[in-house]
Design a binder for this molecule. Structure first.
Ligand SMILES: *Cc1c(COP(=O)(O)O)cnc(C)c1O
Length: 374
């Protein structure tokens, strides 16, 4: 078997995949309406639920689309015009949920917090108590991929339980790495996708939801045709089919990625990621670089690194240097802070991080040389 050229993706997904996941896409053509394909989707859906919840009470609804489609499906389907949604915004992905809420003209309250500091949970609870409207739903990003900040979903779940609020979690960049128990965390709806820690191909997003919550949406007036969570759920539970064409080959790859996740186990996967992160942090510190979010609140999955203070530093230039060496790095996403981002997810190990660090040292030595020559 010819190996496929291996690139090291240090962007926050799509992540590096194994050859076995890539090759799982090469299969005989099949009409996705055949029973055989329905069984494959059913098995994928069941496995995706099992990683985070009990299949007796929760189910996974699959969509074709990038991760945002799952977040949008939850928000537009579960929050009615009579409801009030409380959105925690402490980064670009929280901001995205605010934009979705605006698009659908939902009643929402925005709770903003700094992107590099833990949430003030007492203040959060007071804001919920003091709201003029009763809060029906709360949406939070588990891990802000903007910075690496991990939000305390367990604690937020306790607050939601106390005030009878449906908790919606964007777990796009934690699912399959950081252990999640939806029941313990009191999560009603969770959104994730195939191409981050699951280490599959891009193109499938999914919602894991409490069945009792989905059933209550039966008569809801949902203002989206394609992203109607209830219709997608009903259709799948009756027919083992998505309502519209699924990404067929991506589904085979996801099935293989699930097999590999079961083999590795979520906590061992996270241990592998953590080992890479430790290596990364030690390496950049040695090179005199610092990072934005303190370790105590850090996901250890993606790191926003403060840009080096060299006059000749230029992200695009550094990006091209790494790209030539088959490594992909990612720009920052906060206007007020100058950062670039390194993710340590996917089918990579600390050895790949070592390669990155060696190149980084070389690159920085070169640009600082230029600086001192001037
Ligand atoms: C990646 C990501 C998304 C989804 O982005 P897409 O480009 O639509 O796949 C949403 N939320 C978070 C926190 C993410 O990391």
């Amino acid at each position: 078997m010819n190996r496929i050229k291996r690139n090291i993706l240090l962007n926050p997904g799509p992540a590096t995949t194994t050859d076995s996941v890539k090759l799982a896409q090469v299969v005989p053509d099949i009409c996705p309406r055949e029973v055989e394909f329905g069984q494959l989707m059913n098995s994928v859906s069941t496995d995706l639920t099992q990683f985070v919840a009990d299949t007796a009470e929760y189910t996974t609804v699959l969509f074709s689309g990038s991760g945002t489609s799952a977040v949008e499906a939850i928000l537009c389907s579960s929050v009615s015009q009579e409801d009030t949604l409380f959105i925690i915004n402490n980064g670009a992905y929280g901001e995205r949920m605010v934009k979705i809420a605006k698009t659908y003209k939902l009643n929402y309250v925005e709770f903003t917090s700094l992107p590099y500091e833990p949430l003030d949970l007492e203040l959060l609870e007071r804001r919920i108590q003091n709201c003029s409207n009763k809060i029906s739903h709360l949406a939070v990003v588990h891990h802000e991929t903007t910075t690496g900040l991990l939000n305390n979903v367990k604690f937020i779940g306790d607050i939601c339980n106390k005030y009878d609020i449906d908790l919606i979690v964007d777990a796009m960049s934690t699912y399959a790495a950081i252990p999640i128990q939806m029941d313990e965390m009191n999560i009603s709806y969770l959104a994730a996708s195939s191409n981050k820690n699951l280490q599959g191909m891009a193109g499938i997003s999914f919602v894991v939801a409490k069945v009792s919550k989905l059933e209550k949406l039966e008569n809801a007036d949902i203002p989206s045709y394609y992203l109607n969570l209830y219709e997608q759920y009903k259709y799948f539970s009756k027919n083992n089919q998505m309502r519209f064409t699924p990404p067929v080959q991506t589904m085979y790859a996801l099935n293989q990625a699930i097999i590999e996740l079961k083999e590795e186990g979520i906590s061992d996967r996270y241990a592998r990621y953590t080992r890479s992160w430790d290596r990364l942090i030690r390496g950049i510190s040695r090179l005199g670089l610092s990072y934005l979010v303190p370790e105590a609140h850090h996901s250890k999955i993606i790191t926003a690194i403060n840009e080096p203070d060299y006059s000749d530093y230029n992200f695009q230039n550094m990006h091209q240097y790494f790209y030539k060496h088959n490594i992909m790095i990612y720009p920052g996403k906060l206007n007020e802070f100058k950062t670039f981002r390194i993710a340590n997810i996917g089918a990579i190990t600390y050895k790949d991080i070592d390669i990155f660090l060696e190149l980084l040292e070389h690159y920085l030595a070169n640009i600082s040389l230029i600086k001192y020559e001037l």
